[in-house]
Design a binder for this molecule. Sequence first.
Ligand SMILES: Cc1cc2nc3c(=O)[nH]c(=O)nc-3n(C[C@H](O)[C@H](O)[C@H](O)COP(=O)(O)OP(=O)(O)OC[C@H]3O[C@@H](n4cnc5c(N)ncnc54)[C@H](O)[C@@H]3O)c2cc1C
Length: 449
Amino acid sequence: MATPPQSSSSSTSWSSWSASSVKNHEPLLRIGVVGGGIAGLTLAQLLHGTPNVQVTVYERSFEAVDRLCGYRVMLSYFVLQNLQATLRREVWTRVAASIGIQPQGGQELQFMKSSGTQMFTFDNEEMRDSFSVSRWPLRKALLYGYEDFVKFGKVFQRYERLRSNAIKIHFEDRSTDECDLLIGADGAGSRVRRQLIPEARVTETDLAVIYFKIPLTPDTKDLLPTNSASMVFTQKNQNIMVHSWINPRKMWATKFDDFDISNEESFIMFGHGGPVREFINKSKPPTSLSSAELKTEIIARVKADPKIDPKFVALAEHCVLNTSYVHAVRDCQAVKKWDTGSVTLMGDAVFNISTMLGKGANCALLDAVDLAETLRRPDMLNPSKRRIELRKRAEENVKRRMKERQRAALIQNLVYFGDNKLKEFCRDQGLKMAFDWIDDTSSIIPHER
Ligand SMILES: Cc1cc2nc3c(=O)[nH]c(=O)nc-3n(C[C@H](O)[C@H](O)[C@H](O)COP(=O)(O)OP(=O)(O)OC[C@H]3O[C@@H](n4cnc5c(N)ncnc54)[C@H](O)[C@@H]3O)c2cc1C
C-alpha cells in the first residue's frame, strides 16, 4: 500500500478532502477522465490497479466512437516501446496485435504526380520507424477490462469546483459525479478546455479530407503505387493519400462487400483532400454529405483530372460505401499553460496537430505515459504537490506538441499551396526543402532504437 503523505508537508490539510476521499480512512485520489479516446483509455489502463487511485473514464459514445475508429494510425517505434514497457501484459499483447505488417525496410512517404510519375520520397529514420496500427483492435485492446473504469453514454457538460476542493462533474443527462482531479481527454473540441481556458479558440479551415477503406486483395494491391504510403497531387490543389494496414494474421481481406468491410480485415486507406470550395457537390457542408454522395464526389474528382493514372480511378471505384469518413480540418489555438490545481488536459484536448506527419496520437500516448507515471507516485495524494507536478507535465506536453505542430503545419501549408502552375512548382520545391528541414530538426519524439 502506498504511504500517505504527511499532512505537515502540505499546505492543504487532509480535512479539506471530500468525505468520500477518505472513506475507510484510506486516502483515495479520485481521477475523472473526460473522453475515452486513445489518450483517456491509455491513461486509465496505466493507472489501473494503482493503490489509492480510482480512475473513471466518462465517454459520450456507447459503442465504437466514430468511423475514424476503423482506420489506421501511424505510431512510432519509441511510443510503442513505451507502451510495451508500461501497459499490463494482457493489454500490451492485444495492442501488439493491432500493429500491421511492416514493409521491408520500413515505412516511407512517396510523393507523386497524378500521372503516377514519382517526385520524391520522405524515408528518413523517423518515417521508416513508424508502424501502421489499426485503430479498431487498438481501441479494443485499450478497452480491456473496461467494466472497471469506463462509463459510456456520459456526455460531459461542465465542471464545478466545490468548497472541499473536489470537482463536481455535470453531464448532459443531468447526472453528476465527483472527483479530486478532472482530466480533459475529450479531443480537439474539448469542453473541458473551453471551460478551463475560455480564450483558446478553435477555428474551421477550408480543408477537408474524405476517407474510404478499400479491401486489400491481390487485385487491389496491384493498384497501389508503393508498398507504403503515397501522396498523389491532383488538380485544383487536391491530393490523394494512399496507405494500407495489413493484418499479420490474415494478409488478404475476404469479409467485405460493396457496402461494408469487417474491422479485422486488411485494408487500403484512400484519402482525398482538398479545399472545401473545390468540392464538386456544394449542396451541403462536406460533413453532411451521405456516403453515396462522398463516393460520387471522389470518383468525379479523380476522373476530372485529365492526367490521372487509371489505377487511382480504379482505387476510388473500389471504395467500400459505408466506410466513409470526412475529416474537416480544424485548428485549435495553441495554449501555453493552465492552472493544474484540480483540472488538467491531455491529448488533442490541449490543442491538435495537423495530421500531415501523424503525430497527434503519438503525443497523446506520451501524455498518458507521463501523466500515469506522475499520478502513480504516493505523494500525488497531496494536492499542492500534485498541482506542481502536473504543471511540469503540462509544460512538457505543450513543448512536445508545439514542436510537432510547427513541423506538421509547415508540411500542410506546402501540400495545399498549389492552385496554379507557379504555385505547384513552388510547392514541389518547397516540400523537398521542408522535408530536409524536418529531417534536420528531428521529431521531439525520439526514433532511434
Ligand atoms: C484522419 C486522421 C488521421 C490521423 N492520423 C494520425 C497518425 O497517423 N498518427 C498520429 O499520431 N495521429 C494521427 N491522427 C491524430 C490522432 O487521431 C489524434 O491526435 C488522437 O486521436 C488524439 O487522441 P485523444 O484521445 O486526445 O482524442 P480523441 O481520439 O479525439 O478522443 C476524444 C474522446 O473524447 C470523447 N468526447 C468528446 N467530447 C466528449 C464529451 N463532451 N463527453 C464525453 N466524452 C467526450 C470522444 O467521443 C472521444 O472518444 C489522425 C487524425 C485524423 C483525424
